[in-house]
Design a protein around this ligand. Sequence first.
Ligand code: AMP
Length: 407
Amino acid sequence: MPFSKLGLSTPILQALNECGYQQPTPIQKKAIPVVLSGKNLIAAAQTGTGKTASFVLPILQKLTEQQEALRGKRVRVLILTPTRELAIQVEENIVDYAKHLEISSLAMYGGVDSEPQKQALIYGIDILVATPGRLLDMMYQRAVHFDQLDTLVLDEADRMLDMGFIDDITKIVDRLPEQRQSLLFSATLSPQIRQLAKSTIEQATEISVASNSDNTPKIDQWLVTVDKDKKSALLSQMILANQWQQALIFIQTKHGSAKLVSQLEKRGIKAEAFHSGRSQASRSKLLADFKSGEVQFVVATGIAARGIDIDDLDRVVNYDLPDQSDDYIHRIGRTGRAGAIGEAISFVSRDDFRNLCAIESRLGQLIERKEVEGFAPIKEVPVSILNFRPKSNKGSGHYKPRKKPSK
Ligand code: AMP
């Protein structure tokens, strides 16, 4: 099905053509008609499936049909995102898709001077993409009002909850007009997300894109078991032996990222650390340099890396496994985007075993193990509980295999 069948106008179709999009992704096919119809929506879609365009495109279409003049400090559409990186990235997408339209947009986030953002709001903004904390600040300063708002989007809602934004979101939503269209996007529809949806979104249509669909990103996932103190040598060897051009490397701590960068440097590999301790300006520059290929290797802590969107990213490396299995899904979603094949490699030491079990149970499958010569661990990593098969009922009473999670 081409984009032209979805009810989008020529200037939008032209922009999509210029972006090189040939046809809608599954989430776009499902969500665009729902949003255009004015219904509320709850969508389960991971990053990398084209979810941003699935709400931005119909929102742009509806804005082109809007007649009412926008007053100062007003916004028509509010998109809440968990991180500033994601806010910037979503707003960049809006600019791309709206390049042939007269529609204004603004990314608003903390960690930078609020004055320019306030100025930008003075004459009103059609689409405001904001992180919850900075938006609340602006609301309290009466720099933004919502009496002309007609659409709310909660993007990566699961991540917003993980990051503790629930109170902020509630305070914001309480100030929005009751008559509005609300859209919620989340990688997973956990009980917490359903609770949030219940309090913010009435009578929503629910859609999801099956994770085994042909059109979801193809990600080649595998892991190497390795002793913790050998991980940096293993990474260097893999980069050099396989002549990797780029990789986004996830690590647990800020301190760990700085240490790994210097260990790689000693082996002649130039990498940069990406974490919340760096200024917004240097994070944005680093991201731009990574996108352009000038920086080849980025070592990022999980939270900081949440909003990174890079096309054609070949590979992510989980130098440490995340504590939350959903984070694993988000991380690997950075690769294999919209049809391309990506590679997600995890370095698993004995300490990571619990997290490995949780991730493999969440995936409902074991991740393929590969060996790298010279790095066989002294502390072996057992096969996950997921694979546990008692030989007979006799003698297995002490052990209860873990139930496959229902989510
Ligand atoms: P998202 O899931 O919104 O982060 O999008 C993932 C990537 O897919 C982004 O880089 C988009 O530019 C790209 N993308 C979105 N929709 C399409 C499409 N219909 N065809 C090709 N690429 C797309």
